[in-house]
Design a protein around this ligand. Structure first.
Ligand SMILES: Nc1ncnc2c1ncn2[C@@H]1O[C@H](COP(=O)(O)OP(=O)(O)OP(=O)(O)O)[C@@H](O)[C@H]1O
Ligand SMILES: O=P(O)(O)OC[C@H]1O[C@H](OP(=O)(O)OP(=O)(O)O)[C@H](O)[C@@H]1O
Ligand SMILES: [Mg+2]
Length: 283
């Protein structure tokens, strides 16, 4: 049986459960139980602290995990990432008090920096030839400059509202992060097969999330051009309309691309364009 680590509670928990559910895997949400089994897939789930997961992967206590990429950069650089998941997107950045003049990273030389990610900061500053005095704290990092504990901080930024509320400004982005699937170097060949099955399902869910089903009506004389614009997976489906000289065309498109080509479709006489969600996409 494959063992997966999922964050017990926090920024990754809900979306981790959701993506497994969309992949057809049913599990309890871990409110009381820290260990549970899927009722319909050979999967055991351990609900753990995000911060502990890299070590569990390294030791082979779990075969795989859904974890923030930033945490692997901090304490799991030896651990392989199999798939980015597109949620819990954030960045790890340097911030200083809003009213402080800041023009060059070198200003941090010898200064106190508070962070929960000391390795990330140390490596980044070393690359830039800077040494600073690092203070590791495990939470509420943004408070540090206001209580005289540090001159600058390095922490996670998403909307920027925590920085704003604490009179700080982001001055340098160190890295970008999102939730990922990571695998233990100690996974057995049997469990690796189950993992590949799970990964295939998750990839189908991810693909469907960014793809849309497009239906439109078009005059037959422009079909060739519209097929060129909407090539779909293999090729679009074209069905005759009851109205002479017109067809209905069905295709699949990436959501972002759609907004880029919509004017082109209209210029080629496309009408009654419908965009529908796709639940799963198996390629
Ligand atoms: N504000 C945010 N917006 C988006 N993603 C975030 C945000 N804060 C954290 N993350 C991402 O979610 C992960 C988990 O963050 P969270 O704050 O829930 O837990 P944690 O305090 O890092 O860990 P633990 O589970 O050990 O308490 C982080 O490693 C990061 O990748
Ligand atoms: O830019 P924002 O959208 O404001 O998000 C950034 C904040 O989110 C995270 O904290 P979280 O709320 O997860 O609390 P925690 O410190 O208890 O983990 C992170 O540590 C920042 O403080
Ligand atoms: Mg947090």
């Amino acid at each position: 049986m494959l063992t997966i680590a999922i964050q017990k509670s926090g920024r990754l928990h809900d979306d981790s459960i959701k993506i497994l559910k969309e992949a057809g895997i049913y599990i309890d949400n871990g409110k009381d139980q820290l260990k549970t089994k899927s009722s319909n897939f050979p999967l055991e789930v351990l609900y753990l602290r995000n911060g502990d997961i890299p070590q569990y992967l390294r030791d082979g206590v779990v075969d795989m995990a859904i974890i923030g990429e930033n945490l692997l950069i901090e304490k799991g650089e030896d651990i392989e990432i199999l798939q980015k998941l597109g949620f819990s997107k954030c960045r790890v950045s340097i911030a200083v008090p809003k009213d402080k003049e800041f023009s060059d990273l070198k200003q941090l030389q010898g200064k106190k920096i508070a962070t929960s990610y000391p390795n990330t900061v140390k490596n980044y500053l070393a690359e830039k030839g800077i040494t600073a005095d690092l203070h590791q704290i495990s939470g509420s990092v943004e408070i540090a400059p206001n209580i005289g504990l540090a001159d600058a901080i390095v922490d996670i930024v998403s909307s920027g509202s925590t920085l704003f509320k604490n009179n700080l400004k982001e001055v340098e982005q160190i890295l970008k992060s999102e939730a990922v699937i990571a695998v233990s170097p100690k996974i057995s060949p049997e469990n690796n097969q189950v993992l590949n099955k799970l990964l295939f399902r998750i990839q189908s869910v991810l693909k469907a999330r960014t793809s849309k089903y497009v239906l439109l009506n078009a005059p037959n004389k422009n079909l060739a051009k519209i097929i060129e614009i909407l090539p779909g997976m293999k090729s679009p489906t074209v069905l005759p309309l009851a109205k002479e000289g017109w067809s209905s065309l069905h295709s699949v498109i990436n959501e972002e691309t759609f907004w880029e080509v919509i004017d082109e479709l209209k210029a080629n006489g496309a009408e009654g364009i419908l965009i529908c969600p796709i639940e799963k996409m198996v390629l």
